[in-house]
Design a protein around this ligand. Structure first.
Ligand code: PEP
Length: 251
């Protein structure tokens, strides 16, 4: 049975003190909340240990925002999967559009990163989604299909147990523009059908597919109400305990 998930991608925001404060506020805000959903936050690397301690005694899980594909070596400034697991991290976001756009992460690199994460028993929140021009030229289904097939369709069914998908149309990230609930549902159903064709309906039904792109307290409920939308990857609105909590409540 797939799980609902609300995950907050904090990006390059919040120093140590702010990280502690936001987690404290979030813990207070969600205390007593009766949710079946998993709640994940992804602070920046330097604050992961602090966050791990701070979420203690709460339902909040901590994820990394990225990792390098190599085990170790001369990659100045990079962080490996085993470094993440050594501090108790169990989840990593890979393929975020900002990594693809600003840091040149392509399907080949992401294939290596996925492999390395799985070798370290990390759960992966795999992000993908089309650009505005892809949607305008009616090419969005093709783009999404190739992003998925190129990186994830050589995985075994067992490896898929560690995959969470996050469909994030790039034109909706940080722009205030959201895919309509119908557009999200249409794409999520398409994604699930691709997985079903390759791996069977049972596995496809078990994969959580999150929507990401300007999810806010005022639109979350409608998006999450769609059958194939299993939660959200939240950027801007995850930086305020009140807003993030309202989004968790919407699931
Ligand atoms: C994101 O960066 O994954 C994201 C969805 O950002 P925002 O919610 O700010 O659009």
């Amino acid at each position: 049975m797939r799980k609902n998930i609300v995950a907050g991608n904090w990006k390059m925001n919040n120093n140590a003190e702010e990280t502690q404060q936001l987690i404290n506020n979030l813990k207070i805000a969600i205390e007593g909340l009766n949710t079946e959903a998993r709640v994940i936050i992804a602070p920046t690397f330097v604050n992961l240990s602090l966050a791990q301690n701070a979420v203690n005694n709460s339902i909040i899980e901590v994820s990394a925002q990225n990792m390098h594909q190599a085990k170790n070596g001369a990659f100045t400034g990079e962080i490996s999967g085993s470094m993440l697991t050594s501090i108790g991290i169990k989840t990593v976001i890979l393929g975020h559009s900002e990594r693809r756009t600003y840091f040149g992460e392509d399907d080949a690199m992401l294939t290596e990163k996925v492999k390395a994460a799985l070798e370290n028993d990390l759960e992966i929140v795999f992000c993908f989604g089309e650009l505005l021009e892809d949607r305008k030229s009616d090419n969005h289904f093709n783009v999404v299909e190739s992003q998925l097939k190129n990186v994830l369709f050589d995985l075994t069914a067992t490896e898929w147990k560690n995959i969470v998908l996050a469909y994030e149309p790039v034109w909706a990230i940080g722009t205030g523009e959201t895919a309509s609930p119908e557009q999200a549902q249409e794409m999520h159903a398409f994604i699930r059908s691709l997985i079903a064709d390759k791996y069977g309906a049972e596995l496809a039904n078990d994969v959580s597919i999150l929507y990401g792109g300007s999810v806010k307290p005022n639109n979350a409920e409608e998006i999450f109400s769609k059958e194939d939308v299993d939660g959200g990857l939240i950027g801007g609105a995850s930086l305020k305990a009140e807003d993030f909590t309202a989004i968790i409540k919407a699931i």
